[in-house]
Design a binder for this molecule. Sequence first.
Ligand code: NDP
Length: 474
Amino acid sequence: MTYDVDLFVIGGGSGGVRAARTSAETGARVALAEESRMGGTCVIRGCVPKKLMVFASEFRELSGLARDYGWSADAGDFDWSAFRTRLHSELDRLEGIYRGLLERSGVTMHDARARVTGPNEVTLDTGEVITAGHILVATGGHPVRPDMPNAALGMVSDDIFNLDTLPESILIVGGGYIACEFACILNGLGVKVTQFYRGAQILRGFDEEARGLIAEMMREQGIDLHVGTNIVDMWPADADGGTTAMGAPAAKRSADIATEPGPVVVKATNGTEQRFDRLFFATGRAPNSRNLGLEDLGVEINRRGAIEVDAFSKTAVPSIYAIGDVTDRIQLTPVAIREGVAFTETVFKDNPTAVDHENVPSAVFTQPELGTVGLSEEAAREQEEIEVYCTSFRPMRTAFVGNPHRVLFKLIVSKATRKVLGCHIVADAAGELIQMVGIAVKAGLTKEDFDRTVAVHPTMSEELVTMREPVRTA
Ligand code: NDP
């Protein structure tokens, strides 16, 4: 049977675009549908605008440092509206680049929502029906609010880039990547930030020492971080700064149903009741797997909403594949891109390629940053006997002016093989550093390989090759 196209990709984010382009370059006839803007979460409402906001937020502290070094510097006030205009024109430019790349690769673009209406058939919301040899679902994910009354009062990460004005105060709920990154960004931009995390320590899953230092540094910068704390109830605050229902019974408060984000009064598990100009839920993301027609065809979707795939990203229906956040393997852009390339190798190059999800380096863009690759001390201990090499100190640049900032460099080493199983860095530019260390860890280098490397002096990261004695074994 001949199909209209060889491949139909649903979703124009990092994974979908890369898979479409690499497949088209093999000579395959490829079409792609995107219901929103080309570029997806990473480019339009995630990594890229977030990183530009990180850059913007660093100048206040830098200007303080410059003053301490003898400059007559003052960052002054931050002009959100000027920044936002520039940010959005940059996002327009990047979306244009993505469209250009697809066009030059010969991919047919549809600005429409697609539903899978057969193992080899897609129907667009324009009514157009397109048949395809293979269908690739790369629809990503979306931020979720907790399921509680008045949750609509809170923004999610998609909203933050479109604010008309920066709030004076904000409550951020969550302790993951997004919560911690935006707590630091908004604090840097001059917003008074309070953060609630329901667990004992933020950044669950990361190395414990590293998360402890990040929490300490965030507090030191002025973020009012409360762990073991969550929202019990919330209701809209009056525009005049008062509250609509202070003193009213809790049931009445929750009954004031809000439909959009706005000033809010929050009652917390720690007994406090406080007003915030804005509430921001950074409480996780869920896969965009629903209403695509997949379940009807026998594609398996798990309890978390993730599409179940094998190592080659194939679903239970042989002509349908899925990659990226919708499969909830590792929610990172470079992983989705790898999965897209592996899909093309498998399906269009006769070279079955499973994506390697081991030792993926990543960074949390807090201030300071957290860079991590491999196992945390806690996870490594469960696996085998280890040595821990760790140092934490005040780096030269800020110690010079009496700043209490500390950095952390930590290596987890296998006692049996001497391989470095994990590396955790808390420092400015840890994201840049961990990319380099990631090569060594991925290559399976040993502690002795690290030690044979001559230090670059004076740097912070020279500690990675000069730590002689383990701080502990376990
Ligand atoms: P995460 O899953 O990392 O964090 C969600 C946080 O919200 C957790 O602290 C979780 O607590 C908490 N939470 C969940 N539900 C509730 C609730 N009902 N009430 C209170 N707290 C709740 O999600 P993010 O949204 O931060 O990020 C999603 C993914 O996006 C990340 O996992 C990451 O893969 C990716 N990402 C990567 C970035 C990077 O590479 N720099 C940047 C941003 C995102 P608990 O720990 O107790 O479950």
